[in-house]
Design a protein around this ligand. Structure first.
Ligand code: PBG
Length: 338
C-alpha cells in the first residue's frame, strides 16, 4: 500500500531512488561511467610561414595561424598540460596553389619546415599530417578536378595522395590522416608507405566524413573553400547512417590504424555505431563550426563556455570515442589539470 504525502499524492511504493547515487560529489565521481584525459586529445593547429607571427582567425575566437617558431614555443606550454598530439594544417599562399596541389610535395615547403622544427624541439610529441589537396589546390577541392566536366577524379587523385603520404613520412610525420574521401585511398597510401619503407607511420582515416556546413570556419582559416561546386560527390550525405560503417569497414580492411567520424556533435550515433563494430580505435573530430558555435554563444553571454565545452567532450566519450580532435584541447587540458 502506498502511504500518502501531505498533499495527498502517493509516495514511491518501493524506495528505489536513483538520486542516492548523485547525492555527494564524491559519489558522482565514483560512479561516473565516462572519463576523459588530456592524453586522449589531438589538437588541430594552423601554421603560416614567417617568424614570430600570430594571425588570429576571425571565425575561430582564440585560435590563430602561427609561424613554426611560435607554434613550437606554445607547444612547450601545452605539453606541460599533457597535450602530446598535434594535427598540422598549413596555410598555403594563393600564388603557390595549382590544380594538382604541387606544393604539397615540395621538400622546402611550409609543412616539412614545420615538422622539422617541432620534431627537433619536441621529440616527445606525435604529429598528424592531413592528406588531401584542398589547402594546396587552386580549385579548393580535396581531389583533382577535371577541367572540362568539373568531376573530382578519384583514381588520379589517390596516386597523388599516396605520394603526399610518403613525402610527409619522409619529413618525419608520425601519422597521416587522409581527409579526402576518395575511394581506395587507404590501400593506395598503405601500399606506398610500405614500399617506401615507412612501416611505422600510422593511418588515421577520416572514414565517415560528412559533407557538412560545420567546416565553414576552417575553410576561412585556410582560405580553402571550393571555388566552384560543393563536396557532395565525395563526402557523405548527412542523411546516411549505415553507409558510415561501410566506409569504416573498407578503411579498416585497407589498413587504417584508426577510423574517424566528422563532424562530432551532430553525428554521435555514428560514433556509437563505429565503436560497437570497429576493431581499431575510433576518433571523432569536434570541428571548427562546433567550436565557433560555443565561442560565439559565450561571447554573447548566452551560455557558460567552459561547462558547455566539457559537456560536449563527455558526450564524445560517452558515445564511444577513444580519441577527440578539438580546438578546445588546451582549454580542456587546463580544466582537467585543475
Ligand atoms: C580538408 C579538411 C577539412 C577539415 C579538415 N580537413 C575541410 C573540408 O573537408 O572542407 C575540416 C575541419 C574543421 O572544420 O574543423 N580536407
Amino acid at each position: 500500500m502506498n502511504s500518502k504525502t501531505k498533499s495527498g499524492l502517493p509516495t514511491l511504493n518501493q524506495p528505489i531512488r536513483p538520486r542516492r547515487l548523485r547525492y555527494h560529489e564524491a559519489l558522482r565521481e565514483m560512479v561516473a561511467e565516462t572519463h576523459l584525459s588530456s592524453s586522449q586529445l589531438i589538437y588541430p593547429v594552423f601554421v603560416c610561414s614567417g617568424n614570430n607571427l600570430e594571425e588570429p582567425i576571425r571565425s575561430l575566437p582564440g585560435q590563430s595561424r602561427l609561424s613554426p617558431d611560435l607554434l613550437s614555443k606554445k607547444i612547450s606550454h601545452w605539453k606541460s598540460l599533457g597535450l602530446k598530439h598535434y594535427a598540422l594544417f598549413p596555410k598555403i599562399e594563393e600564388n603557390k596553389k595549382d590544380s594538382f596541389g604541387t606544393e604539397s610535395l615540395n621538400d622546402n615547403g611550409l609543412l616539412p619546415q614545420t615538422i622539422k622544427r617541432l620534431k627537433d624541439d619536441h621529440p616527445d610529441i606525435c604529429l598528424y599530417g592531413d592528406i588531401a589537396l584542398d589547402p594546396y589546390s587552386s580549385d579548393g577541392h580535396d581531389g583533382i578536378v577535371d577541367a572540362k566536366t568539373g568531376e573530382i577524379l578519384n583514381d588520379e587523385t589517390i596516386e597523388l595522395l599516396a605520394q603526399m603520404a610518403a613525402k610527409q613520412a619522409q619529413w618525419g610525420i608520425d601519422w597521416v590522416a587522409p581527409s579526402d574521401m576518395m575511394d581506395g585511398r587507404i590501400a593506395a597510401i598503405r601500399n606506398h608507405l610500405e614500399t617506401t619503407g615507412h612501416y611505422d607511420v600510422g593511418i588515421l582515416a577520416y572514414s565517415a566524413k560528412y559533407a557538412s556546413a560545420f567546416y565553414g570556419p576552417f575553410r576561412e582559416a585556410l582560405d580553402s573553400a571550393p571555388k566552384s561546386g560543393d563536396k557532395k560527390t565525395y563526402q557523405m550525405d548527412p542523411r546516411n547512417r549505415r553507409e558510415a560503417w561501410r566506409e569504416a569497414l573498407l578503411d579498416i580492411e585497407q589498413g587504417a590504424d584508426m577510423v574517424m567520424v566528422k563532424p562530432g556533435l551532430p553525428y554521435l550515433d555514428i560514433v556509437a555505431d563505429l565503436k560497437s563494430k570497429s576493431s581499431v580505435p575510433v576518433a571523432v573530430y569536434n570541428v571548427s563550426g562546433e567550436y565557433a558555435m560555443i565561442k560565439f554563444a559565450e561571447q554573447a553571454k548566452a551560455l557558460d563556455g567552459k561547462k558547455t565545452m566539457m559537456e560536449c567532450m563527455y558526450s564524445f566519450r560517452r558515445a564511444g570515442a577513444d580519441v577527440i580532435l578539438t580546438y578546445f584541447a588546451p582549454e580542456v587540458a587546463e580544466f582537467l589539470a585543475k
